[in-house]
Design a protein around this ligand. Sequence first.
Ligand SMILES: [Fe+2]
Length: 255
Amino acid sequence: MRMIIAHITDTHILPSGDPAPKAAIRANALRRCVADIARLAPDLVIHTGDATQHGDPEEYAHFKELLSDIEAPIYMTPGNRDERSAMRGAFAHLPESGEFLHYAVEDYPVRLVAFDTTGPHPRKGFACEERIDWFERTLAAAPDRPTIVFMHHPPLDIEALYENGYNDSAQAAALERVIARHPHIIRVLFGHVHFSKCFDWAGSLASTMGSVAVDVRKGMDGSGRDAEPLYQVHTWENAEDGAGTLTTQTRIPSP
Ligand SMILES: [Fe+2]
């Protein structure tokens, strides 16, 4: 069985009709990704946060309109720019999970677990005890299923472009320990940092991705090519013995 997941992040969408040049740049970058994703017809789409610039309902309405050509459901985790209740208002299919916007998606060959890293410190990741407990219990509930975890703030330093991402380093360490305890996690996907990187971490393979919002992209090499909008496609193929493989492709959609 095959499962295709499209992953976009940090779209930072502004309201429709906003006159700022960056509003049109970001909308156009997302449009290009959406056209490519719609052609690919994935089973689902993951968004790792900062869907909008200010978390306003009119920004979510614009974001939703820009996504309208994609038939697959979108599963989102909030970023520091998002607002949970406005997200839920725009995307009513997101699983109900109380105060935090975290949940498991069970209906596919690969299980997905969204972890909510937003908290009281602007721009910093947060992982309180209550959320860490939920994460541990949720992962422990299906130890035999291949699982992808996704969240906004990486709880580790990733070169000089991203250090001390959590206000409380003990929270980041606790989050890493939970992931390391669960070898059935086959991939950890992050948003927030606006540059692409892939690395071994906590017994799994983790990655960050360049922001769809190209005007706030980081880690540019000067070639100009990395200023293009991009997203990733993760394809799971079940093997006959019940195991499987996940391969990842980075796609730059055509203008
Ligand atoms: Fe962002």
